[in-house]
Each structure stands twice: as C-alpha cells, then as structure tokens.
Design a protein around this ligand. Structure first.
Ligand code: IVH
Length: 690
C-alpha cells in the first residue's frame, strides 16, 4: 500500500510545481541570458528538494520536470522512430557560381511573387528533431537515415538549451529541428579529462556530440556540455495553411522560437538579393573561426514558408533551400624539421615543424605526421613545402606535398632510430604502422604516462593527482614508479611547485588542503578491488575487461604471476600475444619488486576480499533501469560480490531480471515471454540479506 495514500497530497503537488517553476526560471535566465539569479548553493538546494519529493511521490513527478536535466534514465537500446515529417537533406555546393544559379532559378520560378531569402550558419553537429505538444517536449529523435531515427528523448532532456516546457505563445503541435553541437572549449576540456581517465579521446566535436547523444546513461550525457542550435520549425500542413501570421516566414518562426525559450543563434539575416547573400557568405568564410562551435557552411532558404510547397522538392532535397559549403582552407609552407614525440604507451609520433603560417584564424607551426607509413604514403622529403588544411575543425592536417617547390634531389626524411627521450633503439612490430620505444620502465614520458593511467578514474581513482602534479612529482624525483605513490608524505607535498611557476611567481604550489586530499585519495585507493588494480598496472593489451577476466580466473596475484603463457591464454579473451606480454611483465624483476611494495602498501591483490557472500549462488542476473541505492556499476559489483553473475541480455539462461525504475519496455516484454523472474531493488536487497 502507498504509504502516502491517506495523506492529502495537494500541498506537496503545489510545492513540487512551485519548485519546478523556480528552477525552470533560474535555468532559463542562466542559459539564455547569462544571468545567475541565485547562488549555486541555493539552486542545488531547490533541485535536491524536488528530486527528493519526486522520489517519494513518483506519481506526482512530471515528465518534463527540471530534474530531468540531471539525467538518470538508462537507454539500453534506442527505440527506432519514423519521422512524422521526413528529415530531408539539402542540396549543397562548394561553388559560388552554383549559389548564383540557385538564386536565378528561384527568381525565374517565383516571377512577380514577393519573396526574400534567409542566410544562416550551417552548424557542424548532429541533426535532431524535437516534437512539442501543447508546449511540452514529448520526443527527441536523431536524423538517422532521414526517414527513421533513434529516440534520444532522455538524453535530449539533459541539454540545457532544449526547453522542456515552452513559454508564451506557441503552436499546439510542431517540431523544432536543429543541430546539437559541442562547443570547442568544452570539447577540449572533455577530451583532456577523458585522456586523464584513460578513455579514448574523441576525434572532433561532431563525433563527440553524436557519441554523447547515444550514451546509455543520461546522467553521463548531462555532464557533456552540449548545445542545441535551432534552425527550423516544422508544423503540420493544416497549421501552415491556417497561417498564423507570426509563422509565415522562416525568419519570424525563429524569432518566435526565441520567445518560446529556444536558444536561437543570432546569426541569421534576411537578404533581398544575391549581392547580400554573397556578402553574408564572404563575411562568415573568414569570421567562422571566431565562433565558439564548428560550422561548415551557410544555408540559404527562401524565407516565405507559403512558397515552399509551390517550389517543391527534387529527388532528395527542397528547391527552396541550398547549402554553400566552405572549402577547407589550404596553405603551403616549408617543412623546417621533423621531431619525434614519445607518448605514454611508448608510441613515437613524428611531428612536422613548419615555417609559421596563418590558417583559419590561427598561426600554425606544427602538425602531426602520424607515423612512418603516413610519411611514406605522402612521400614527404627534406626541404619540401607541405600543404596544410583546416576544415570545420580545430586541428590542421598535413594533406600533401606542394610539388611546385620539390627539389628533385631532396632526400627522404630520416626516421628516428632511437627514442628521442631515452635513447633506446625503437622497435616496429610486424603489421604495425608506427615505431615504439620498448624501454617502458626507464623512459620518462612513459613513466609519467603509466602513472597517469594508474591514477585514472577507472583504475585507482586517485583524482587529486592530475597530469601536471604527476609530472611535478616525477621531475622532483619523488615518484619514479607507481609504488612510490604509497610512500608519499603530506609534509613532502606541501609547498611543491614547478620550477616555471616558482620563477614566474605563479601561486600554484600544493597547499595543506591539497596535500591532505592527495594523501587521502592515495589511501582510499587501497580499497580498490583486485581487478581494477590489475588494470591499473598498465600491462600492454590488458584492458578493463581482460583484467577482470584474469582476476576472476586466477583469483590471486601470486597464482597469476606463476602462470605459464599457455595457462594465461586459457582465460577468455586473452590471446597468445597478450598472454606473452603478461608473462613477460610478471617475470621482469623491476615489476616483481614493485608488486611486492604495492602488496606491502596494502593494495588488493586477491578476489577473496571482494567476495562478500554466496547468497546469489551463481545465478545469472540482467540489470535494467535506474536504482535508488546503487549506480549501475555498483549494483553489478554487488551481484558479483554476492556470488552472482551479470549478463547484458535476457535469454533462457537468465535467472532474474533486476528491474529498476524506467526499465525498458522491450526488456520487460522479453523477460515475460521467457518466463524469467523479475525482481525489484527491494527484493534484491532481501536476497543478499540486507
Ligand atoms: S535546414 C529541409 N539549416 O545540414 C532543410 N540545416 O543537408 C532542412 N544543418 O543534416 C535543413 N545547419 O542538420 C538547415 N541552419 C541550418 C543547418 C542545417 C546545419 C544540417 C542539417 C542537415 C544538413 C542538410
């Protein structure tokens, strides 16, 4: 029975409504008008109150509550949705002449009918469509193939510039279309963090936006700083014919959208003729580098919505719009030298040092040459002039050699034979495109890199030690390997600063509080389970999954260290090559000494400590939805700690589906069909005796 069923819930409902209104208003002012009406503390307090009330009274929680911004819904798969209005693509061109032809065609077609154009930015992100009914966001769908896309509503709700409820006047039923972009600065910050956490960085902001929208845990999506740039308002034809005058032009639609609470970029212009269109294109061709996000062109549309039907469609795209795509800017500049950089894993990357050249809003001096194969495929030689391009993105790329400047006697680039940092002869393995330095334990960038990997969130989670501090500890000779971290003393850390900071008087030395945080994070890492310690060691080719499988198989570091290559290769997912690396790693006297010191320091080197009970007796669980007591990772760890197994999909072998809030309907159906027992969090806690 509902504990609250005998209590009058009206005052609670009113308070929840009041909180939602306040939070919505503060969010709106913050994201739309850059205004903070309350302190972060006050804001968090109100949000917390609403979250708690929603948890106590799930029936009163609103689908578009501002608490949805924080995320919490899990999407194991994304439902496929057929677009109500297909998401067409635009005809596009790199040629200004073709833009002139478009304008001429339009003029001929429309004759005496009065019309104008709009010119706006072509955002380089991920297209999505948002359906609003009666002023509430009901669904967000990616473009997909134009006809069918993925339902990403729970992730879209976390994007602050997507209104959940509209303000003022709005059509009852319409779709807002636009592009989700990842602003450059946020993108770079996120990539830096990913590297520090041991995750693969994204190649560019568009990939990052796309990957973020497809995150299964919307709480993670909420942490990404995505932005929605609206560029289109789509209404059922009946509504268009009824012609709300304020929605008669594309320009006025976007202005109305701004009143409704959308963040509409201000860079849209009504143009009367081709000269104004060309001015707009030329202006943004140069100015685009000063925008905080990537664009790859300009979109020109006929402004009068009523004319769109008259003009119609070609096979794939409307006749009333066209996109002009900016050419990647390309320059030629002399190659002065090639230097070689050593990464954390020992991979050596050649870098072109070039005569400084102005390209796409910045001066370029250096660009990666990727690896030996890349240099060979472009046939880059000493003294060449290189062709450098910058597209819509931040990083300039070497795309070729400017043969006009090729000296016929130019000699090939001498590739490094030894590590530029430690002097060890480089190694290239069969089938690999690059060389690497095999001196794992003596090469400084590799040592610091391994320290970074060791402290990463997914490994030992010593978050108060970032790259700079690790480099500092290394430079000062205080930490030369992972075991040294456990000998650090608070007193040694206080007042530490880099030589550069000391020289410039930059006050960035470690203070008492900072030292305490470092020591306490190191100390807490002693509780990290064996499988993560094993991953943290950074054995080549042993990732998170491999480490888990090895830990479960051998249960103890001593047994693992004694295993032969053949025994190691028996573990699921561990191939011969990885087995050989593991074997070598554990037979290296330096590693043996480090592990002995880590054992001494109290790290977890066996599974037995994580095994709490055998209450679940080998039963297989599938976890779905959101839980109040556990995060997803915690509940999985808990199942395993109590002797159960976790599987990702429901099958005849599944014993229980552990269903949290908002379990996917697909899963529910499948579980019911196969007759698998479905239990909730409460029942699970009973099973494990809590
Ligand atoms: S209008 C029917 N406006 O470019 C016309 N599209 O091929 C609907 N895009 O994937 C599109 N910025 O996502 C329009 N200001 C803008 C745009 C824009 C980017 C994307 C769009 C689509 C592609 C068009």
């Amino acid at each position: 029975m509902d504990l609250f069923s005998c209590i009058d819930l009206e005052p609670t409902r009113q308070r929840m409504e009041e909180l939602a209104k306040l939070i919505d208003q503060y969010n709106y002012e913050y994201y739309m008008n850059d205004k903070s009406l309350v302190s972060d503390f006050e804001f968090d307090k109100l949000l917390r109150e609403l979250i708690d009330l929603e948890q106590m009274h799930p029936d009163l929680a609103q689908p578009n509550s501002p608490t949805k911004r924080v995320g919490g819904e899990i999407n194991k798969t994304f439902k496929q949705v057929t677009h109500r209005f297909p998401m067409l693509s635009l005809g596009n061109t790199y040629s200004l002449d073709e833009i002139r032809e478009f304008e001429e065609r339009t003029r001929k077609l429309l004759g005496d009918t009065p019309y104008s154009y709009t010119c706006e930015l072509k955002y380089d992100g991920v297209a999505i469509g948002l359906t609003y009914k009666h002023g509430a966001l009901v669904q967000a769908v990616t473009r997909g193939n134009g006809a069918v896309g993925d339902d990403i509503t729970s992730n879209a709700r976390t994007i602050p510039t997507i209104p959940l409820k509209l303000r003022g006047d709005f059509p009852d039923d319409f779709e807002a279309r636009g592009e989700v972009v990842y602003p450059f600065d946020e993108f770079e910050a996120m990539n830096r963090q990913r590297e520090a956490d041991g995750d693969e960085p994204f190649a560019n902001p568009r990939n990052a936006a796309s990957g973020s929208l497809k995150l299964q845990d919307s709480r993670e999506c909420a942490k990404r700083k995505l932005q929605f740039c609206m560029y289109f308002m789509m209404m059922p034809e009946s509504a268009e014919e009824n012609a709300y005058p304020q929605y008669a032009t594309h320009y006025s639609r976007l202005q109305s959208a701004k009143q409704m609470g959308f963040k509409v970029q201000p860079f849209i212009k009504e143009c009367a003729n081709i000269a104004e269109i060309m001015d707009f294109i030329n202006y943004w061709d140069k100015e685009r580098w000063n925008l905080p996000y990537a664009i790859d062109g300009i979109v020109i549309k006929v402004n009068q919505v009523g004319l769109w039907n008259t003009m119609g469609l070609t096979a794939k795209s409307p006749r009333w719009a066209i996109a002009y795509k900016f050419k990647a800017e390309r320059v030629s500049t002399p190659l002065e030298s090639v230097s070689f950089q050593v990464g954390r894993t020992g991979i050596v990357t050649p870098v072109a040092n070039m005569a400084p050249v102005w390209l796409g809003g910045t001066t370029v001096r250096r660009a990666t040459l990727n690896n030996a194969d890349f240099i060979q495929s472009l046939d880059i030689r000493k003294g060449d002039h290189l062709l450098i391009e910058k597209g819509g993105e931040i990083i300039p790329k070497v795309v070729g050699v400017d043969m006009e400047h090729r000296d016929p006697y130019a000699s090939p680039i001498a590739y490094a034979q030894v590590c530029p940092v430690c002097g060890t002869p480089l190694v290239r393995e069969a089938g690999e495109s690059g060389y690497y330095c095999p001196n794992q334990d003596g090469c400084p960038p590799q040592i610091v890199g391994r320290l970074e990997h060791f402290v990463a969130r997914r490994a030992m989670n010593i978050d108060s030690l970032g790259t700079e501090r690790l480099q500092l500890l290394y430079d000062k000779g205080m930490v030369r390997n992972i075991a040294d971290l456990y000998d650090l003393k608070r007193e040694q850390l206080i007042g530490l600063e880099t030589e550069a900071d000391a020289a410039t008087g930059n006050r960035s030395s470690i203070q008492e509080k900072g030292a305490d945080n470092i020591i306490s994070a190191i100390s807490q890492s002693r509780e990290i389970p064996f499988e993560r310690v094993l991953f943290a060691l950074g054995i080549r080719f042993v990732g998170e999954v491999g480490a888990k499988k090895l830990a479960r198989f051998f249960k103890d570091i001593d047994l693992l260290m004694q295993a032969s290559v053949e025994e190691l290769a028996q573990v699921e997912d561990i191939g011969e090559k990885t087995a050989a690396f593991i074997y070598d790693y554990f037979h290296n006297p330096e590693h043996i000494a480090i592990i002995a010191r880590l054992k001494e320091a109290g790290l977890q080197f066996s599974c037995s400590n994580t095994q709490v009970s055998d209450h679940l007796g080998g039963k297989t669980f599938v976890v779905s939805g959101v839980f109040s007591r556990f995060s997803r990772d915690e509940i999985k760890a808990s199942i395993e700690a109590h002797g159960g197994k976790v599987s990702s999909s429901i099958s005849g072998k599944t014993d229980f589906v552990l269903a949290g809030e908002k379990m996917g309907p697909e899963k529910l159906k499948k579980a019911e069909k196969l007759g698998v027992s479905i239990i909730n969090e409460e029942q699970y806690l009973q099973m494990i005796g809590e």
